[in-house]
Write a new protein. Structure first.
Length: 177
């Protein structure tokens, strides 16, 4: 099952990376201090290509053992024909098995959709708290006050860094408008 998960997650990451690269290529080029090699598209394009490479590598990592197992099955097909390499499972079971991945994708979509209306600081704080809660498996170690404080500090710090220091506008939302 792990091999199949690698293929699905790798394909999902690769699909998102392609969408990201297309979106990054549409970023308006900002000519800051003059003509340089690095512009406003450079870093997003680098991240997009790296994400695509990692997604494809993860999918290949999942496909290779399957191909090796198929070779073994073809060699043993005369002796043993009753087993199959994959068991068909329902969509709900797949989602439950991959709760962290599915939850992360859902949280990212909600985060992106709420950022303009709610604002960067509130949506980022909410995302970080929920994502941390999703990733922390052991409930005894879950320290909500610490996670909440850290999320607020990171969100406000990032907002101040980008808006005040780098003059990069972020959605202000209801808190800073």
């Amino acid at each position: 099952m792990r091999k199949k998960n690698d293929i699905v997650v790798g394909a999902s990451i690769s699909s998102f990376a392609i969408f990201y690269l297309v979106s990054a290529s549409k970023v308006r080029i900002f000519q800051g201090a003059g003509a340089t090699v690095i512009n406003s598209q450079t870093i997003p394009m680098i991240w997009g290509w790296l994400l695509l490479i990692l997604g494809v590598a993860l999918a290949i990592k999942g496909i290779q053992p399957m191909l090796q197992q198929k070779k073994l099955e073809v060699g043993n097909s005369c002796e043993h024909t009753e087993g199959t390499a994959f068991q068909t499972r329902g969509v709900l079971q797949f989602l439950l098995d991959n709760l962290v991945v599915v939850g992360t994708i859902v949280l990212l979509v909600v985060y992106i959709l709420t950022m303009k209306t709610v604002g960067f600081v509130l949506s980022s704080t909410g995302y970080l708290v929920l994502q941390s809660s999703l990733l922390i498996r052991d409930h005894r170690k879950k320290k909500l006050p610490f996670v909440l404080l850290l999320s607020i500090i990171v969100s406000v710090g990032t907002y101040v860094l980008f808006v005040r220091s780098l003059n990069v506008p972020l959605p202000a939302g209801v808190l800073f408008s």
